[in-house]
Design a protein around this ligand. Structure first.
Ligand code: NAP
Length: 289
């Protein structure tokens, strides 16, 4: 049982966490915090939080669990605002999509990464953002990756693990560098490709003809290009090295496909498409079990 949960950044991720914990009666009080009063007021009206504070130091006061769900670029400012203001037994965690940058920000602000801070990342989301888009089932049967450091208190990690398990998530621990490499491949590169494809087509096609004739495949492939641009700018800057490495691999393989088309090398194309289809079919089978 969490006595007082403080969610800083009551949007899709923070709002869904608060909703799930409330639905499970796993916390007594939820305090929301953020920049705009309008969003926080909506969160109260929707029953996502009990009350809110716009002063972050005030918001964390007396909370036994503090979860940062702000864009990656805002994490350092939030650490600075709450430094020295957390309750003695408080556990601090975050939901940021890259872990190295958040850990470095904590190091800069606190001098060393506090032992009560458990970096985390729920592998769940939609292309929507804001508290209106939040829902309690977002984390059900999804993974949450925690990246505790050698000095992280195991009791803090266990409390964060227990919190996410209440939401229906499966929690795993991972090294933060490995986390950033894996997510660059499975999430960050696909988002970049979707944004880039839609941008290229929209600039090519002044009359919107491509979009007029686009069908389900285009819609499926580009859904994630409707995601929040600020969040994705922050992720690209925060996880630059791992993303650049993935772009390099991808550009090489795309060029190889282009070469195969130029050579009329049907065998090569068939080999790539067959291997890709088998890999995706296997992924779909595993994730719908
Ligand atoms: P979101 O819906 O846009 O919510 C972000 C919230 O943070 C908003 O309520 C916003 O409040 C607040 N905020 C922004 N800047 C702030 C600042 N400087 N100080 C205090 N509050 C601030 O975004 P989200 O999708 O929930 O993402 C939140 C975090 O989760 C990000 O770090 C993201 O990387 C991570 N994440 C996202 C997904 C996903 O698919 N969306 C998945 C996993 C992890 P105002 O409206 O008042 O500015």
């Amino acid at each position: 049982m969490i006595e007082r949960l403080c969610v800083i950044g009551v949007g899709l991720i923070g709002g869904s966490l608060a909703r799930a914990l409330r639905a499970a009666a796993a916390c007594r009080e939820v305090v929301g915090a953020g920049r705009s009063v309008a969003n926080l007021q909506t969160a109260v009206e929707l029953g996502v939080i009990d009350r809110y504070e716009t002063d972050l130091a005030q918001a964390v006061s007396g909370a036994d669990m503090v979860v940062l769900c702000v864009p990656l670029g805002a994490m350092e400012g939030v650490f600075t605002a709450i430094k020295g203001r957390l309750a003695e037994q408080a556990v601090l965690t975050d939901a940021g999509s890259a872990k190295g940058s958040v850990i470095e920000a904590a190091q800069r602000v606190f001098g060393s990464v506090p032992d009560f801070f458990v970096p985390g990342h729920p592998i769940a989301g939609t292309e929507q953002s804001g508290v209106e888009a939040s829902f309690p089932g977002l984390y059900q049967r999804r993974r949450v990756i925690l990246t505790p450091l050698p000095n992280t208190l195991s009791s803090a990690t266990e409390r964060v693990r227990a919190m996410w398990e209440v939401t229906g998530a499966q929690v795993v621990n991972m090294d933060p560098v490995h986390h950033d490499e894996v997510l660059a491949a499975t999430s960050h590169l696909p988002h970049l490709l979707a944004y880039s494809l839609v941008d290229t087509l929209s600039r090519l096609d002044e009359n919107n003809e491509v979009f007029d004739y686009a069908a389900g495949g285009f819609r499926d492939f580009t859904r994630i290009a409707s995601s929040d641009p600020v969040m994705w700018r922050d992720i690209c800057l925060a996880n630059a090295d791992a993303i650049l490495q993935m772009i390099e691999y991808f550009v090489d393989d795309l060029q190889a496909l282009g070469e195969a088309i130029r050579r009329h090398d049907g065998e090569q194309l068939l080999a790539v498409f067959t291997a890709a289809k088998a890999a995706r079919d296997c992924f779909i089978e595993k994730t719908t079990e």
